[in-house]
Design a protein around this ligand. Sequence first.
Ligand code: CTP
Length: 404
Amino acid sequence: MIKDKVLDGKHVLIGVCGGIAAYKIPDLISRLTKLGAEVKVIMTKSAAEFVTPLTFQSMSHNPVAVDLFSEPVAWEIRHISLAQWADVMLIAPATANMIGKIANGIADDMLSTTAMAVRAPVLCAPAMNTAMYENAATQENLETLKRRGVLVIDPDSGHLACGDSGKGKLAPVETLLDEILCASAFSKDFAGKKLMVTAGATVEAVDPVRFLTNHSSGKMGIEIARAARWRGAEVTLVCGAVSEEVPRGVKTVHIQSAREMFEACTSRQKEMDVIIKAAAVADFRPAQTAEHKIKKEGAEFCGEIRLEQNPDILAYLGEHKPSGQILVGFCMETQNLLENARKKLERKNLDFIAANSLTELGAGFAADTNTVTVLDRDGSIEALPNMSKFCVAQHLLDRVRACL
Ligand code: CTP
């Protein structure tokens, strides 16, 4: 997950209702403040039975609002000022009672009153017993909220505090954070655009047990997918072997071999506005994949593996590029970085290429940071300083946006 201060200056208002999952919200607040957000909390009176207002006050470094009529600033109408202050509001855990109140326009406490006055995006994360969640009244109320533009973050299934098993667990903090970021941190400058990105290493089978691959972690492609989704793109991630979790909200196509990646990319090329190839594709594969495990002894293994070349996916995409499509490649080298990058840019018919050297400190496969130099078709060269892979992704997307 990203560590950059992407929520710097953003105001996040959290409404906590009376449910056991309220204990997870301090962790969310901590994560939000680390990303630079200012957080304020409103609790219902029943929420204060589960977690004390002091906990939220200490985590957010702000007073916590519980009671509609205990105004800390005499002249201020608190539910209105909090509503106006918010860049985004999350209600979590949202109880059946609070969902029902908001859906039906009932405003009789600090939280429901504020929710009614908020003009910023409102997110609602239900958490309750499965039967209550599945109850027709709750479901209809949630549908009403969705119709009115509230983003409902579905609960998970699992073992519930009441002892039942089923749907109703508050969505993970990671998910709540992701949706807050998506709703508030980025302009939606890729709205309506379809973007495909490849990530990770291809895996070329020698036999059912062994394979040839490379050290790619997939982090760079995954950060591009994440950033593009947060900026409003409809993202398809063609994903080889990766060491990271794939981001939420992107359509992920899992592949193993370069030939599978070729198929996944070329069959979708026409529908894409943007394609970014960050994957480390194996240039060669074993000419034959043994059907059974190759044994140390015996006739099957002759002491060498004959290789044949994989298709160059990016070169094919460059050759068949529809007009208006933006095609971006990566280039990983250990020597003659710029010279090789320029050749690949031209040979593969790219709009631009992001070149990085494996020998650079804080760059390369497994690192969270990267140092890339971007080469354009018009001959310009931009050397970016070392930065997180998420920030590199943002820079590349800024460039793509300018080309679109
Ligand atoms: N690429 C591809 N298909 C291949 C090889 C590479 O699509 N079979 C793409 C990569 O995803 C990357 C770009 O081409 O965006 C450059 O990859 P790189 O490995 O740096 O270069 P190659 O073209 O493979 O050339 P070489 O290995 O000789 O440096």
